[in-house]
Each structure stands twice: as C-alpha cells, then as structure tokens.
Ligand binder design. Structure first.
Ligand code: ADP
Ligand code: ADP
Ligand code: MG
Length: 502
C-alpha cells in the first residue's frame, strides 16, 4: 500500500484526488504556485510545498522541481491528474527513474498515443476504424493538394502532437489549404513545441463518443461504457453525459469491444479513454487515446457507482482488476457541466477576481467537484474552470431537470460565469430530445437568450449580495425537485421568485 502520494496538479482535480487518497489512508503531498498559496487543494493536503513562480513552465510543468519535492518528502507515488504533465512521457519516466510509481500508464504507451499518427496506425492494425487521412510531406504543396482532393473537402488539418483542441483547421477548398497549413503548424509549434501536422477527412456534424477503459498489470482490459461529449466549443467539451442517446445496445457493444481491442493492442495499464467520432450514418472512427484520468470521469463514476481514482491507485500498486466485463452495468443517467469563470456574452473571455459569493447546489444526485470556495481568487494564470457540476438520476429527463435545478441554485458572484449559458443549453429542446452534434452551439446560437436576460441577471445578483450582506444567511427553504427527494438549501436566489426568463 502507498504511504504517501504527491499530486502533481492543482484546482478541482487535485482536490478530487486528495479525497480518495485520504479515504484510503494515504498521506497527500501537494504542490502550489505563488498564486495558489491559499487555494483549496493546499488546504486539503496533508503536506504542501511551494513551487515558486506562477507560469506553468516554472511551476506545474516543472519536472525537475516536482521530482525534487517528491524525493525530499519521500513519496512512493505521483498522481498527475489531467492536463499539465499527465500525458508527458518524460515526466512518467522521471518518476520511474526516481523510484516513484507513476499513477498512469507506461512512458512508452504515453509517448506512442501522444503521437496521433502512431496512434492511428496502431489502431488500424487491430481493425479499429480510423478516419481516412494523409501524413506525408506538407512542404510539397503539389502532393499536399493532391492528397486533400483525394480525401475530399472539407478536410481537417490536425497537429500530430495535438491536444485540447489546439492546432486544428477546417479547410473547405484547395485555395485555403496552404495558408491553413501554415497557421496550424504555427499554432501547434506554440502549443506543443512540435509543428508537424497532418490531414484528415472532416466529418460533418458528428458526435463525440468516448469509452472509458481500464487495464491492469495482469493483461486485463475492460471498458466502463461511453460518455457522449458532443457539446463542445472550439473542439473543447463543456457538457458530457452517459449513456449516449445515439447508441443502440448493439452499437454500444461494438464500440466497447473496439475500445478494449485498442487498449489490449497497446498493453494499456490504468485509466484511459478511447475517443471516437460517430458520423450521421452511425459509423464510428477512432480519434485518439487520452492516457490519463479524464476531466469528465465523474460521469462514469456515477453510472457504474465506482471510484476511478481508487481503481487507479490499486492498479498502480499492482493489484488485479476485480471486475470482469460482464459484471459492469450502466445504471441510470449522469450529466456533467463544466463551470467556467468566463463571459458568454463577451466571446467567452476568461473572468478573474475574488469569489465574493460562492454557494454550490446540493441534494440527492448532485455532485460538485470544485477547486474553489467563497473568498478564492480566480487568477489569470491557469484554466478558468472553477468546478464541475454532475447530476445523476434514473432517467435522462430526470437528470436534466436536476441539472436545471442545480444550475439555477449555483450562486457565484465576483466573477462572470457560464452558468446561465449552460442552463440554456441543457434546457434547449434539441438538447432535451438528445439531438446532439459537435456543432450544436453554433447551430442553435444558444447565447442569444443569455443576452436577453442580461439586465434581469444583474438585478438578481445585486439583490442577492444585499441579502447576504444585511441578513446573513437566508432561512432554509425546501425545494422539491420532481419525483426526487426534497433538498434543503440556504438560498438568497430563491427569494427572488421565478425571475428566470426562458
Ligand atoms: P478532456 O476531456 O480531459 O478535456 P481534452 O483532450 O479535451 O480532454 O483536453 C486535453 C487537456 O487540455 C485536458 O487535460 C485539460 O486539462 C486541458 N484543457 C481543457 N480545456 C482547456 C483550456 N480551456 N485551456 C487549457 N487547457 C485545457
Ligand atoms: P484533441 O487532442 O485536441 O482533443 P481530438 O482528435 O480528440 O483532438 O479532436 C477534438 C475534437 O475535434 C473532437 O471531439 C471533434 O469535435 C473534433 N474533430 C476531431 N477530428 C475530427 C474530424 N476528422 N472531423 C470532424 N471533427 C473532428
Ligand atoms: Mg480529444
């Protein structure tokens, strides 16, 4: 059993991992940048060490500093979380070299799956369908243009080392190709220090469906069903759910088997995600393998009633997976919304400041994985995601109603957030009917209604602040949500009556 684990991350995911480690009796070591000194993940940890500085390069991406702290404090494992160094094979190797267990797959698997071309090649060898594409010499313009017309427009330029939706360009015709290649290469170079790009057939209006996989050191690989992540902005997921409304039991089985085949082919160990794209005719194609715990893992935890971080720790200690595929059931429906400090009315510009009021909704089937609390400072230095709100219920409709209730009772003042925007997406008739694709937000121009509500929102915010400042906490009010049990919250917002204009 691990005695002590260092979490090489910050924010909500550091807090999330801390909770499971402490529950397992493992001591938690955290690291923090100057800006994060008073943050929630530091408060939760058993030991905290400064990284000094604020830029990711000086802090959460600084392999040398992190390994030094890990050595000095005598940890036996390192959990990388997601983002930062989680998919950096050099970091995984540096952990092993320091005789510390990296809680994730092997450096060689991370490296090969981090290269989208190598990953596609490995998948097509085991009959996992891949999107037609081309990865030749892009400086040979003649050849490039030929390849693109052979694939057929629109084509998508993608970064070979890509991630987080960066380095992608949709190209509609050959006249745009050269310029798009140059700008995608430049973006890829800035983001990943690798300017290599390749071409792929652009699938029009697809759905993003991914499968959670899990492997152990004993050759077992299982899948824990799908997550649909089609609600995206700039190729970034903002709402995820499981089960997907697009899958029949047959298709689910076929895709699940492909995901497990993919995992087995590369000797996958620990938690990973096989991402697929599903076209209008329900053909699925491999996108990539994310070799880490995913942002949206709570969706899977909800429907399988499990703890993926706990499973990660046990597998990293060499334990065998205790579940076999036929034991695992998809029970109920879960939806996750990513709560961002950003302004939907102003091109989603990140918003910074102190959280003057911060109250999370709670109640049966409502989970908030958060990295902040009232008084926290949201700085310019890192990703503006504050928290993830997850609702779970027996049916999709009930999970939707619960999400609307929860969003409506999420109180955040001090920074602008996307909470109202998320409400409008979830409440949209197309979302309710399960008619999703990756262009949902552009198609329905959801934020028009946000604009309409602007002045009303402001009035409510000011009233809530006044209630907080002058009356202390407002008396509890009982709210009954559909057929589910009653939730009790302290809620100045509920004093406003039904003010929401939908
Ligand atoms: P995920 O489902 O984990 O978000 P992605 O491939 O979309 O998978 O994201 C890759 C990584 O980029 C994630 O680990 C996440 O931490 C990070 N990321 C997501 N959104 C942003 C953002 N807006 N800015 C910077 N990094 C981000
Ligand atoms: P990243 O590593 O940045 O997450 P992915 O390959 O996983 O890159 O793609 C991110 C998103 O971009 C997908 O979820 C999907 O919305 C879109 N996308 C990627 N490839 C294609 C494609 N060939 N056709 C259409 N959309 C695509
Ligand atoms: Mg991806």
């Amino acid at each position: 059993m691990f005695q002590k684990v260092l979490i090489a991350n910050r924010g909500e995911i550091a807090v999330r991992i801390t909770k499971t480690l402490q529950e397992m009796g493992i001591r938690v070591v955290c690291i923090y940048s100057d800006a994060d000194e008073k943050s929630l993940h530091v408060e939760y940890a058993d030991e905290a060490y400064p990284l000094c500085g604020n830029s990711p390069k000086e802090t959460y991406l600084n392999i040398e500093k992190i390994i030094d702290i890990a050595r000095g404090t005598g940890v036996d494992g390192i959990h990388p979380g997601y983002g930062f160094l989680s998919e950096n094979s050099k970091f995984a190797q540096a952990c092993l070299d320091a005789n510390i267990t990296f809680i994730g797959p092997s450096p060689s698997v991370i490296k090969s799956m981090g290269d989208k071309i190598l990953a596609k090649k490995a998948m097509s060898e085991v009959n996992v369908p891949v999107i037609p594409g081309w990865s030749g010499d892009i400086t040979n313009i003649e050849e490039l243009k030929n390849a693109a017309s052979k694939i057929g427009y629109p084509v998508l330029i993608k970064a070979r080392a890509g991630g987080g939706g960066k380095g992608m360009r949709v190209v509609q015709s050959s006249s745009e190709l050269e310029y798009a290649i140059e700008s995608a290469s430049r973006e890829a170079n800035n983001a990943f220090g690798d300017n290599r790009v390749f071409l792929e057939k652009y699938i029009v209006n697809p759905r993003h469906i991914e499968f959670q996989i899990f492997g152990d050191n004993h050759g077992n690989v299982i899948h824990l069903f799908e997550r649909e992540c089609s609600i995206q902005r700039r190729h970034q997921k903002i709402i995820e759910e499981s089960p997907s409304t697009a899958l029949t039991p047959e298709l689910r089985k076929k895709m699940g088997e492909a995901a497990v085949r993919a995992g087995k082919a590369i000797g996958y160990v620990n938690a990973g995600t096989v991402e697929f794209i599903l076209d209008k005719d329900k053909n699925f194609y491999f996108l990539e393998v994310n070799t880490r715990l995913q942002v949206e893992h709570p969706v899977t935890e909800s429907i399988i009633h499990g703890d993926l971080v706990k499973a990660q720790i046990l597998v990293a200690m060499g334990k065998k997976l205790t579940l076999i595929q036929s034991d695992i059931e998809q029970d109920g429906h879960a939806i996750e919304c990513r709560i961002y400090a950003e302004d939907p009315k102003n091109n989603f510009l990140p918003s910074t400041g102190v959280l003057e009021v911060y109250r999370e909704p709670n109640g049966p089937g409502i989970r908030v994985d958060s990295g902040v609390k009232e008084g926290s400072l949201v700085s310019v230095h890192y990703d503006p995601m504050l928290a993830k709100l997850i609702t779970y219920s027996k049916s999709r409709n009930a999970a939707i109603e619960k999400m609307l209730w929860a969003l409506n009772h999420y109180q955040i003042l001090g920074v602008t957030t996307n909470v109202s925007f998320l409400y409008d997406v979830i409440n949209h008739s197309a979302f309710r009917s399960g008619d999703l694709d990756t262009h949902f937000l552009e198609k329905f121009d959801v934020h028009d209604s946000v604009k309409v509500r602007e002045s009303k929102d402001l009035a409510c915010a000011i009233s809530a602040l006044l209630v907080n400042n002058h009356n202390g906490v407002v008396k509890d009010k009982e709210i009954v949500n559909g057929k589910d049990a009653a939730c009790t919250v302290s809620n100045p917002w509920s004093q406003m009556g039904s003010w929401r204009m939908i």
